[in-house]
Structure formats: structure tokens, C-alpha cells
Ligand binder design. Structure first.
Ligand code: GLU
Length: 438
């Protein structure tokens, strides 16, 4: 292919960005980025009632959140605009005139205008589905213009793809059954059709077509739930495509480097929230420092935790990031890093009280840690080992005591790491607090 690829995502605004639409956008975007082509966003807003600023915003926000930037389209511009169908009436009128002049139309009594089908067999060499042969149609000719002068979807869709110089049309399989009508229109307009690729449907776990109400149906719901955009991007890649990699976890760069339309599956993809969450966990592990804080901060703040020192917060979050899958799950793992008045779990209190030695051991730990040669894993380990020897207990028996004093709970990162992050002053104060409570 000598001319650069031009592909598009052409959503009809419905008030939200459907996960199936996002996947179509993604595959087109990948094709453009893979080939150094252009990805165009066109809004098919001929249904004026639904054409609201909110409906547009859901599409723009969702695509941008996923990192699917467009080279031409709304808010970006380009040489083939306007990119809203509602603003292209004069272009449609001109193309309509061509069909009239070619003798391919006739007007009904009510004023509607029909397109005369060629009634030839039509072959679609589909990039995903292979050759799809349509026999000469026996359907009635297709209305392309309504009595009020507005045009129907098939007509404007084809005109725009011609005018916007699309080389490839990658879209949902639900459009395949009408593609012969589009090809007939291309021919009648003297234009060469683009290459088509129809992507299999997206099914929900029960096997029916995914609807608006299904879990995970709207991209907005992932944003709200605190998913990482790179994880959702990764997940959408796997809905109908198997990248040739060792793991299912891939980055945007890998996806761009590996994408090939001919690898898109021929069978329907099934939606699986568990896998999406698993991928989120995988990508979460890649975050550290400021990026990790930025991602988790809103969730901690929602739970009333205040991030002061960012260096400290980063260490705290990094220490547990492999234990959670989602930003929303950090609080129970880290809250004690960010407050001194954390509760002591009943279960923890019961364990401490059941052991008559607890107060003495806590006092010994406090004294021992005060003397620690260094406040790092090695220094803390050495200090705890000395206390164990002196108290004639196993070092392992002291660890739960330390964990309970530091956090008031049984879950958390490795206790020596936890103590190291908290720092000497806080750690000793916490042992004292627990001793007083006993
Ligand atoms: N507006 C159509 C849809 O949302 C686009 C069809 C196409 O991609 O050609 O289904």
C-alpha cells in the first residue's frame, strides 16, 4: 500500500462511550499508529435529539483517557472537515446530485428519494472475515433521502468515507450485512471502496450481545472505578486480538509495534471483568513514586487520609502495591501509615491479651529497637534478633507483635519494611501506644 493509511472511528453519540466502540476505535488507532497513517474521529450525529454536548464529551473524554488521540476531527481540526455529520449537509447535497445525474435515483410520491441498486453480485474482500460474497439483491431499492431533505445513514457514511479519503474501514460486524449497499454506492459515485474489516461482536459473559446496562459497558465506568487507562487499553486489545507476546500484559508501545489486522479473531470476543482487573493489577505494579501517588491519591483522600510527605507516601504505597488490584483497594492496606489514631482490630487485641508475655515482650522490643544500629532492614532485623535471644523466644514470635503495634491489624507489607518506612520515632511511639492499651 503506497498511500498512507487513513482510518476512522465514527461513533453516533449516545451519551456514553461503549466498550465495543472503544475497541473499534482502538483497533483503528493501532492500525494508524502501526503504519504511520492517520486516525480520524468523525461524529455521526444526524440524530439531532441525541446530539448534546454531554454526549460528545463522553466520547472525547473516553478516547483521551484511553490515550487514543485523533489526528483529525473535533477539537483538532483537519483538511477534510467539518467532522460532524450535522454540519455536512451541502457536501451530501453535492454527492446526491452526482447520483441524480448518473441516473441512479428516483423520487417517490411522498418526496423520498431512492437509490437504484445495481443488482449485481458484490464481493467484499474483508480483512477480518475473508471474502464475503453477496448475491445480486432482491431487496427493494434503498431510500437515501427523506422527504424533509435529510439523508439516511448508509448514504452519509459512504459520502464521508469518500470525502475524508478513508483507505480502510474497520468496524463492528453488525455493519457487515449492509456493506454491499455501501459498495454499490461507491461504484455509483465513481469512487473506489476502501478496504473493509469487520470485527466480531463483543458478548457479555453469558454469551448475549453486550448491552448498555452490562457491567463494564461504558468507558466512564472504568474511570469511575479507578482503573488504570493503560490496563483498560491492554484489556481492549485482547478483546478479539491475541498479540504475539509471552504475556497478555502489553504496553501501548508493544501493541502498536505488534498490531496486525489479519490477526483479529474471527470468533466473537467474550467480556471478562476478572481478566480486566487482573491486568490492572499487573500494570499497577509498574507504577512508583509520583505516578503511583497521583493514581491512588483521590481514593485515599476520599477515605479521609492525608498524604503529607510524598517521599514517605510513595514508599508506603509501593510496599503494598503488589497486594492489591485496584487504586480503590489501598486504604485498608496503608491507612496506618497516614494516621496515628488507627484502630486496633478486635482480633489483634484478643491475640495480644491471650499471651501473658505480650507486655514484657513489647517493652523489650521498645528497648531493643531504641538501640538499633541503623534504621533499615538489616539494622531492624539485628535488633529484633537480639531481643529474641535475650527473651528466649523465636524472632518469628516477635514479628506479629511488631506488626500489631505498627498497624493494629494483621495485613500489610513485610513488617521490617513497614517499620523502616514508618521511621524510628513513629515506630517507638506506636509500641508505647500498644503497651499502654494492654
Ligand atoms: N455511526 C456508526 C456506528 O456507530 C458507524 C458505522 C461505521 O463505522 O461505518 O455504528
Amino acid at each position: 500500500m503506497s498511500s498512507p493509511f487513513r482510518v476512522r472511528f465514527a461513533p453516533s453519540p449516545t451519551g456514553y462511550l461503549h466498550v465495543g466502540g472503544a475497541r473499534t476505535a482502538l483497533f483503528n488507532w493501532l492500525l494508524a499508529r502501526r503504519t504511520g497513517g492517520k486516525f480520524i474521529l468523525r461524529i455521526e450525529d444526524t440524530d439531532q435529539a441525541r446530539n448534546t454536548p454531554e454526549a460528545m464529551k463522553a466520547i472525547f473524554d473516553g478516547l483521551r483517557w484511553l490515550g487514543l488521540d485523533w489526528d483529525e476531527g473535533p477539537e483538532v481540526g483537519g483538511d477534510h472537515g467539518p467532522y460532524f455529520q450535522s454540519q455536512r449537509q451541502s457536501i451530501y447535497d453535492a454527492y446526491f446530485q452526482k447520483l441524480v445525474e448518473a441516473g441512479r435515483t428516483y423520487t417517490e410520491e411522498n418526496g423520498a428519494v431512492r437509490f437504484k441498486f445495481s443488482r449485481q453480485p458484490i464481493l467484499i474482500p474483508d480483512l477480518v472475515c475473508g471474502d464475503v460474497q453477496f448475491a445480486a439483491t432482491e431487496e427493494p431499492d434503498m431510500t437515501i433521502r427523506r422527504p424533509d431533505g435529510s439523508y439516511i445513514f448508509h448514504f452519509v457514511n459512504v459520502v464521508d468515507d469518500i470525502e475524508m479519503r478513508m483507505t480502510h474501514v474497520i468496524r463492528g460486524e453488525d455493519h457487515l450485512s449492509n456493506t454491499w449497499k455501501h459498495i454499490d454506492l461507491y461504484h455509483a459515485l465513481g469512487a473506489e471502496p476502501p478496504r473493509f474489516g469487520h470485527i466480531p461482536l463483543l458478548l457479555n459473559p453469558s454469551g448475549s450481545k453486550m448491552s448498555k446496562r452490562d457491567e463494564g459497558a461504558s468507558i466512564e465506568s472504568y474511570i469511575q472505578a479507578g482503573f488504570l487507562p493503560q490496563a483498560v487499553f491492554n484489556y481492549l486489545c485482547l478483546l478479539g486480538w491475541t498479540p504475539k507476546t509471552e504475556t497478555e500484559k502489553i504496553t501501548q508501545e508493544q501493541a502498536v509495534a505488534l498490531f496486525d489486522v489479519s490477526d483479529i479473531h474471527h470468533s466473537n470476543a467474550r467480556f471478562d471483568m476478572t481478566k480486566c482487573t487482573w491486568l490492572n493489577q499487573q500494570h499497577l505494579r509498574d507504577l512508583s513514586g509520583a505516578a503511583l501517588i497521583a493514581h491512588v491519591r483521590p481514593w485515599l483522600e476520599k477515605d479521609g487520609l492525608i498524604i503529607g510527605d510524598e517521599g514517605y507516601a510513595a514508599l508506603a504505597l509501593e510496599s503494598v502495591k503488589e497486594k492489591v488490584s485496584m487504586a480503590s483497594e489501598f486504604t485498608p492496606w496503608v491507612h496506618y501509615f497516614f494516621r496515628e489514631d488507627f484502630p486496633i482490630e478486635d482480633e489483634v487485641m484478643a491475640k495480644l491479651k491471650a499471651n501473658a508475655q505480650s507486655p514484657a515482650l513489647l517493652a523489650a522490643l521498645s528497648a531493643g529497637l531504641k538501640q538499633a544500629a541503623s534504621w533499615d532492614e538489616a539494622g531492624i532485623t539485628a535488633a529484633v534478633t537480639d531481643v529474641a535471644t535475650e527473651q528466649k523466644v523465636k524472632a518469628g514470635a516477635l514479628m506479629p507483635l511488631l506488626r500489631f503495634s505498627m498497624s493494629g491489624q494483621t495485613r500489610g507489607p513485610d513488617v521490617k519494611i513497614m517499620i523502616g518506612i514508618l521511621g524510628k520515632e513513629r515506630a517507638l511511639a506506636r509500641i508505647e501506644r500498644l503497651s499502654n492499651l494492654l
